[in-house]
Design a protein around this ligand. Structure first.
Ligand SMILES: [Zn+2]
Length: 251
């Protein structure tokens, strides 16, 4: 179910078992925009049927928060133009060439291109990995862009932040709401950390041990300071106030 959060914003909650993130729908008078594509065709089918059941529109645009599989692998299945920042698009072009057999996946973990956590979650979401189809974006921007959905505008900002250098956030001034994607999260691809699918209960403790990059986080906070929002949501967590977000980042 998509939950109504403000007059024009709906959010479908994250599903942690296969690392499906929160999916936002911003509905204007003319167009609607989806923030993040979902992680598979199956995920997209589920979202589409819930939109129909709830009488909500199918998105006219799909905006990607960053390249990570859980946010981007559903992109092909919406039949709508996909918007991404330049860096996200460049990385997706590489990922589109990746092979998904066990050896190729292990090699990418060795080389640091991918991590154990994503690899295990991909295996869970895709019993048949031949079904993985990664596509680059249709509309690529650099820096910032705005999109007027009819009576409501979205400010789309390449924010960088501590999680991934391609992170794009979506700010909706009239609703004082901000979609963060994973931009406020730690960098799971930087320093090594332990994930054992047999001990998923340790996941949050292990993540807690990863430090935030201070310089990237400082820059990110400066960007957030300039945005007038009351509520925000990160990719895999609950809605927070601006204060709660700052506290979570140690500010
Ligand atoms: Zn991510």
């Amino acid at each position: 179910m998509f939950d109504k959060v403000t007059e024009h914003i709906y959010i479908h909650p994250a599903e942690h078992y296969t690392d499906r993130p929160n999916i936002g729908l911003i509905v204007g008078e003319k167009f609607s925009l989806l923030y993040d594509a979902g992680n598979s065709a199956k995920h997209v089918e589920k979202l589409k049927s819930e939109l129909s059941e709830q009488g909500l529109p199918r998105p006219d645009f799909v905006l990607l928060s960053h390249w990570h599989w859980d946010h981007s692998f559903g992109a092909k299945f919406w039949n709508a133009p996909v918007i991404a920042g330049r860096k996200t698009d460049e990385q997706l072009q590489k990922v589109a060439e990746w092979q998904w057999d066990d050896i190729s996946m292990e090699n990418r973990i060795e080389s640091g291109e991918d991590i154990v956590f994503c690899s295990e979650m991909i295996k869970r979401e895709y019993p048949d990995r031949n079904k993985i189809e990664v596509v680059p974006a249709d509309i690529v921007f650099e820096g910032r862009m705005s999109i007027n959905l009819g009576g409501i505008s979205c400010e789309i900002i390449h924010a960088k932040g501590p999680h991934s250098e391609d992170s794009v956030i979506c700010y909706i001034p009239s609703e004082k709401f901000l979609f963060l994607g994973d931009a406020n999260c730690k960098d799971l691809y930087g320093k090594p950390w332990k994930f054992d699918i047999e001990h998923e209960e340790d996941f949050l403790d292990n993540i807690a041990k990863i430090p935030y990059d201070k310089v990237l986080t400082d820059d990110f906070i400066r960007l957030l300071d300039a945005l007038d929002f009351e509520l925000c949501i990160s990719g895999h967590a609950e809605i927070m106030t601006k204060n709660e977000l700052y506290n979570s980042l140690g500010y």
